[in-house]
Each structure stands twice: as structure tokens, then as C-alpha cells.
Design a protein around this ligand. Structure first.
Ligand SMILES: Nc1ncnc2c1ncn2[C@@H]1O[C@H](COP(=O)(O)OP(=O)(O)O)[C@@H](O)[C@H]1O
Ligand SMILES: [Mg+2]
Length: 247
């Protein structure tokens, strides 16, 4: 039984009387605890697919089932992280993370404890009272990760979360995300246009092609975690994926 089952999903937009077929016949089954990477060129429909999984858009053909039940709308059980951190500038780190808990029935004390745990998890101890403008891009993205995880979601959806960061920060955060995933055993779906990132993190890499967005290839990455950047098998898989894409 899969946690998330995407069955024959197609999606189109009509804009200015133009019909645009964005996703076509997408089939993916995702198991509890899996790390799935989705790669594809800009405009191939990756964010559209993630929005459907998040329940932000219910207008599509096919079925998306979470634990056998259709997704009916957004839910705290699915955390979302975007390329931009989307923190509120007038709130501190603690308050920004706390916003994600606003709808929960937890006591103030329970909330504080959860917030502190997640600040520690992303390595921001000491920055509890800092404001977004006092943080680097990488630190702000760590806050966004903490905010995405603080509700203990079943699935974390990440839409190019490291796309705006410099190469060194990106590499550090990739390794940390891997550790968090291993420790928390959360199912993660990561969208990226970086094949190396997709292969480094993913148990499976779903390669999409564009116009309409379709699954071009699914690559199994049979390398156990924790993985290392220098791993030769990962290097080989990445090169094969690149060669395949350029065909
Ligand atoms: N709300 C919308 N209305 C019309 N077209 C849209 C809308 N959202 C996305 N699109 C179009 O769908 C295609 C896929 O977009 P998107 O999913 O954002 O791609 P990606 O995330 O892979 O870069 C693009 O051509 C985009 O212009
Ligand atoms: Mg996108």
C-alpha cells in the first residue's frame, strides 16, 4: 500500500483563450518514508504537480490519493517549502515558526517546546529572537524548513528549496536535509532542476519532460544513506541521467 498514489493525472490551464496542457498522464506511487526527487526543465509542470499534491488546486483529471483517500484541500499534514523563504519580516524566528502552529490545539508551552526543538534541529540555536533581515539566505531557508516540519507532517513538499542559495550553502543544506529525513522518517518530495541534488538525495529520481509535462524516466538510486557527495555510484548515476536527458 502506498502512502501517496498519483494516478493518471493530467492538468491543463486556459488563459486568454489559449489551452495549455501542462501535465499529462502522471503516474507515481510513493511509499511511506521514501525520498522522491523530481527533476525537469523550467516550465515542465513541476510546481503545478506539487500544488496538486498540496491540495492547493483541485481542478485536474485523474486521482491523487493519500492513504487511499482523495486529497480535498491543503492540510497541516503536508508541509510546504518554497525557493523563497516566505518569512514575515516583522516576526522573529520563533514567531515565524510559531505561525505554523496557530491552528493547532496545543498549549503555549507545548508550542514553545516544539518550536525550540525545531530551531535546534536546523542548527539555529541562539537565533530565536532574530528577525529575517538579520539572517543570511541559508539561515532564512533553515527557518522555513523548521516551519515546514514543526507540525510533524507526513509529507514534506519542497519546491526548489535551495535554488536561490550559493553552491556551498546549498551543499551544506542538502546534507542536513538528508540527516533530518533519516532521523524524522518523513516522506519527502523534492523538486529541483539540479540533477546532482536530485540523485544525492532521492531514493528515486523522476525525470520529467516538457510540453506537456510527462514522466520521461524513473531512476532508482540504490545507494544507502547517509550518502557522501564523493560517492562514485552517485557520480555515475548522475552522468547517465545527464547523458539520457541530452539525447
Ligand atoms: N495559474 C496558471 N495559469 C496559466 N498557466 C499556468 C498557471 N500556472 C502555471 N502555468 C503554466 O504551466 C506551465 C508549468 O508551470 P510550472 O508548473 O510552474 O513549471 P515548473 O515549476 O516546472 O517550472 C508553464 O507553462 C506555466 O506558464
Ligand atoms: Mg516551479
Amino acid at each position: 500500500m502506498s502512502l501517496l498514489s498519483i494516478q493518471n493525472v493530467s492538468k491543463s490551464f486556459t488563459q486568454d483563450q489559449q489551452y495549455l496542457n501542462v501535465l499529462k498522464n502522471i503516474d507515481i506511487d510513493i511509499q511511506q518514508g521514501e525520498f522522491i526527487s523530481i527533476v525537469g526543465s523550467s516550465g515542465c509542470g513541476k510546481s503545478t504537480l506539487l500544488r496538486l499534491i498540496a491540495g492547493l488546486d483541485l481542478d485536474y483529471d485523474g486521482e491523487i490519493l493519500l492513504n487511499q483517500a482523495p486529497i480535498k484541500g491543503p492540510d497541516l499534514k503536508r508541509g510546504l517549502i518554497f525557493q523563497e523563504h516566505r518569512l514575515l519580516p516583522w516576526l522573529s524566528v520563533t514567531e515565524n515558526i510559531g505561525l505554523a502552529l496557530a491552528e493547532t490545539p496545543l498549549s503555549t508551552r507545548e508550542k514553545s517546546k516544539l518550536i525550540q526543538q525545531h530551531i535546534d534541529m536546523v542548527g539555529l540555536k541562539g537565533f530565536e529572537q532574530a528577525y529575517p533581515h538579520q539572517l543570511s539566505g541559508g539561515m532564512a531557508q533553515r527557518v522555513a524548513i523548521a516551519r515546514g516540519l514543526v507540525n510533524k507532517p507526513d509529507i514534506l513538499l519542497l519546491d526548489e528549496p535551495f535554488g536561490a542559495l550559493d553552491a556551498i550553502t546549498r551543499s551544506t543544506l542538502q546534507k542536513e536535509l538528508q540527516h533530518i529525513w533519516e532521523r524524522e522518517k518523513i516522506t519527502m518530495i523534492l523538486i529541483t532542476h539540479d540533477i546532482e541534488e536530485a540523485v544525492f538525495l532521492g531514493d528515486r529520481v523522476i525525470v520529467m519532460s516538457a510540453r506537456p509535462g510527462q514522466i520521461h524516466q524513473i531512476i532508482d538510486v540504490n545507494v544507502k544513506h547517509p550518502r557522501h557527495k564523493e560517492d562514485q555510484t552517485l557520480f555515475h548515476i548522475r552522468n547517465q541521467a545527464l547523458a539520457n536527458l541530452h539525447h
